[in-house]
Design a protein around this ligand. Structure first.
Ligand code: HMG
Ligand code: MG
Length: 301
């Protein structure tokens, strides 16, 4: 077992986090959050999504957010793009990188993107071609890799098939979404054993929602299998509008605290990150869901 020496954290707060907040959030608040995160040393920030605004009104102003960014050197500002229309909007707004998102569950795919798995993969093909022509890298997400709110258990083989298809069409990396956070160290291990027989660890990322409090344990299993890209959301912001009761991604502060303790480099300044999480939690009038951040804030008096 060789642990990675450094890990890339992909920050989900401004997208996965804020897409699920009921309060209206101004573009200025979003831009402040994104800049706080970049200032703390985060190098990949999912800053918005170009989806149907009737489905996710919280992301309707993503073009304004991208246009208002104070770009810091070395930071990639990325966006979700479910179809060609979304991709054109993202390119127009200046996204550095985009992502398509599918699911390992047929029912979740229909709820989330209004089509089944096979059709979704067909829809992604023109998105890939257009992004490649524009020289923009595409990430792929798979939701429900460790369980689905409608179908229950999901077979690792179903995840493998979608992952293979996304990589074959040109995604540089596949992020494995435990959308409802039901995965455990055991099921994560079984999933990764199936995937890693076929796919190198460098092409996989883990995207754990922390609904059942299992995310750090599952991430540790991922690290032990060589996975070095982890999605997380500052202050644990978020949830999923198509998965009732789902909470946000694992808090970025908690992941950084764990990685610091393991001697794994992230390039992130934890106290600046804690400051970013405290500021957005206050702006939203929301409890900070990061255990490490709350402990550090309390000990700082
Ligand atoms: P649809 O309704 O099937 O699309 O949506 P359509 O092609 O039939 O178009 C219907 C209307 O939507 C038209 O407008 C289009 O112009 C408009 P109308 O004629 O009715 O006025 N439209 C768009 N407008 C702006 N941007 C677009 C766009 N596309 C269509 N890109 C679609 C299909 C996929 C677009 C829709 O289902 C959708 O937006 N879904 C996104 C849902 C979403 O954002 N979910 C949350 C993000 S995924 C997630 O959180 C999971 C993840 O974190 C991993 C994990 O945790 O598992 C990534
Ligand atoms: Mg998510």
């Amino acid at each position: 077992m060789t642990l990675p020496t450094s890990v890339t954290l992909v920050e989900m707060g401004p997208r996965d986090g804020l897409q699920n907040e009921s309060a209206r959030i101004s573009v200025a608040t979003k831009l402040q959050l994104i800049d706080d995160l970049a200032a703390a040393g985060i190098r990949v920030i999912e800053a918005g999504s170009f989806v149907n605004p009737k489905w996710i009104p919280q992301m309707a102003d993503s073009a304004e957010v991208f246009r208002g960014l104070q770009r810091r050197p070395g930071v990639r500002y990325t966006a979700l793009t479910p179809n060609l229309q979304g991709l054109e909007r993202a390119l127009d707004a200046g996204a550095d990188e985009v992502a398509v998102f599918g699911a390992a569950s047929e029912a979740f795919s229909r709820k989330n993107i209004n089509c089944g798995i096979a059709e979704s993969l067909q829809r992604f093909e023109p998105v890939m071609a257009r992004a490649q022509a524009a020289n923009v890298a595409v990430r792929g997400y798979i939701s429900c890799v460790l369980g689905c709110p409608y179908e229950g258990a999901i077979e690792p083989q179903a995840v493998l098939e979608v992952a293979r298809a996304l990589l074959a069409m040109g995604c540089y990396e596949v992020s494995l979404g435990d959308t409802i956070g039901t995965g455990t160290a055991g099921s994560t291990q079984r999933l990764l054993e199936t995937l890693l027989a076929d796919i190198p660890a460098r092409q996989l990322a883990l995207h754990c929602h922390d609904t059942y409090g299992q995310a750090l344990a599952n991430i540790l299993v991922g690290l032990q299998h060589g996975i070095a890209t982890i999605d997380a959301s500052v202050a644990g912001l978020g949830g999923c509008p198509y998965a009732r009761g789902a909470t946000g991604n694992v808090a970025t502060e908690d992941v950084v605290y764990m990685l610091n303790g393991m001697g794994i480099d992230t390039g992130i300044n934890l106290s600046a990150l804690v400051g970013a999480g405290a500021r957005i939690s206050e702006a939203l009038g929301r409890r900070n869901s990061s255990r490490a951040a709350n402990a550090l804030l309390a000990s700082a008096g």
